[in-house]
Design a protein around this ligand. Structure first.
Ligand SMILES: [Zn+2]
Length: 494
């Protein structure tokens, strides 16, 4: 689909706090960078929501006809425990706990992360760079920042000089923080003897002799600060200034603020044109956190093996549930909400099956306006990726499909083809939903069932009830229940 046939896309830019028209730097190419996981423990549901939100943005940009280079990194070093850059390296800490090599930990949780992404049908990025594979570039960037006078070496570590930077540039612009407030609110004391200001953050840290992951540098053995890798990898693959940078809201400060400062200090250019941030997950109205005992894993959500869950929910139910709220709104997990999403998803999938079986007929009254439905779907997505509004529009289409199935309405051959194309694009390509095997069978059984139920519908239409009942009974003997309802004919494996 060519981009010029669609009205413009608007995105909420955290930098300006406004919904802005998205104009790529070099269309039809779009550069998208999203902060990936730190691979020292299992990915949690809040992360899943973030990656799912940007998966939807990636899918939508692709639908609009853009050629998207989507970079999502793997943080396999340097993300430290405690207040951002102080304390023990999380990966090294976990390695000691589990008696594993650090890179073994990295591999284990990278594999786990990929499994979870596949489970929720979150597409892989175009490039998935790792921090450890970009140490040369990180060291080079630190040297550029030092050369510009915005960083200093102290005792084998290198710190970014925030006050020096703030004299020339707007530090705090993205997160809306002010330097004086930041100074007043800084509590951590570690490394303060080395830092000139408590606001300064580490670009490079000296490794003590117990530190497991370290590399040689012009300042001695050490490892990079966490913010550095994203500045390096985003600009290396997308250019010094690129289109969209995404991440969870919790990364706005200090991580993204520091990314901007590093790039501006090193190369004199703001790296990102549109900053997009996804919101958090809550459980029964409370923030999801391990300390609250309400932080279940993706696996627990699927198996239902957690005290807060009545039962398990399928990955596509969870995906559909997450898409029913806007990415920038908080989303509250509850059993009721998940069950409602499950029913909604079943209805949507049943309507798709019905749509595949429907035959064209001359409309009795006024024809259903498929073009208006398509326009509504596109408009919703172009309005800051408003998936809940797009889904509501699709359900208008679901009602029309079910009416046609009941014989209360009909579609012309053209409208039917257009409606199928639209549902295929929105449901499967853009929302990224897919058929789930469990009760409904694989794609082949689906195709076969559509043929069989189509023949049965024909028999019924010809009032050959003996034939239609025979088909139903033979299917029942195979353990397949066929239900004729207002919402169309559905089937289920017992
Ligand atoms: Zn990052």
């Amino acid at each position: 689909m060519a981009e010029h046939t669609h009205p413009p896309l608007f995105l909420t830019n955290t930098l300006t706090r406004k919904k802005e028209e998205f104009i790529p730097l070099a269309p039809p190419h779009v550069g998208l960078y999203v902060c990936g996981p730190t691979v020292y423990s299992d990915v949690h549901l809040g992360n899943v929501r973030t990656f799912l939100s940007f998966d939807t943005l990636f899918r939508w940009l692709t639908y609009l006809g853009y050629k998207v280079r989507y970079v999502r990194n793997i943080t396999d070093v340097g993300h430290l425990v405690g207040d951002v850059d102080e304390g023990e390296d999380k990966i090294a800490k976990r390695a000691r706990l589990e008696q594993l090599e650090p890179m073994e930990v990295v591999q284990k949780y990278t594999n786990g992360f990929h499994d979870v992404m596949r489970t929720f049908n979150i597409l892989p990025p175009s490039i998935e760079p790792t921090a450890t594979a970009h140490l040369i570039e990180q060291i080079a960037m630190v040297e550029r920042i030092i050369a510009k006078g915005f960083a200093y070496e102290a005792n084998g570590s290198v710190y970014f000089d925030v006050p020096a930077y703030a004299q020339h540039h707007a530090y705090g612009e993205l997160s809306g923080r002010r330097i004086d407030e930041l100074v007043a609110n800084t509590r951590d004391t570690e490394g303060q003897d080395e830092k000139r200001s408590p606001l300064d953050f580490a670009l490079w840290k000296r490794a003590d002799k117990n530190h497991l992951m370290h590399w040689p540098s012009p300042w001695g053995e050490g490892f990079p600060g966490w913010h550095l890798e994203c500045s390096v990898m985003s600009t290396k693959y997308l250019g010094r200034t690129f289109d969209i940078h995404g991440g969870g809201m919790d990364l706005k400060f200090p991580h993204h603020e520091c990314e901007i400062a590093q790039s501006v200090a090193a190369d004199g250019e703001a790296p990102v044109r549109y900053w997009v941030h996804g919101n958090m997950l809550t459980v029964n109205g409370r923030k999801m956190a391990k300390s609250e005992g309400n932080g279940f894993t993706p696996e627990e959500l699927i198996t239902g093996d957690h005290k807060l869950l009545d039962r398990g929910y399928s990955p596509m139910t969870v995906r559909f549930f997450m898409l029913q709220s806007h990415y920038a709104s908080t989303l509250d997990f509850s059993n009721e909400a998940l069950q409602a999403a499950e029913r909604g998803l079943q209805k949507l999938m049943a309507a798709w099956d019905t749509l595949e079986r429907l035959k064209p007929a001359p409309p009795a009254g006024e024809a259903y306006d498929v073009a208006a439905l398509e326009k509504a779907c596109v408009a919703a997505m172009n309005d800051d990726i408003n998936t809940p509004v797009m889904i509501a529009a699709l359900f208008d289409g679901v009602r029309a499909i079910n009416s046609a199935n009941d014989g209360r309405a009909a579609f012309s051959a053209d409208d039917l083809a257009r409606l199928r194309t639209l549902f295929q694009a929105m449901v499967f390509d853009v929302l990224g939903l897919k058929r789930e095997a469990e009760k409904q069978g694989d794609d082949l059984s689906h195709g076969l069932m559509n043929v069989v139920l189509g023949l049965r519908a024909d028999a019924k239409a010809k009032k050959d009830f003996a034939a239609s009942d025979l088909i139903r009974d033979r299917l029942a003997a195979l353990g397949i229940t066929v239900k004729d309802g207002k919402e169309g004919t559905t089937w289920e494996r017992n």
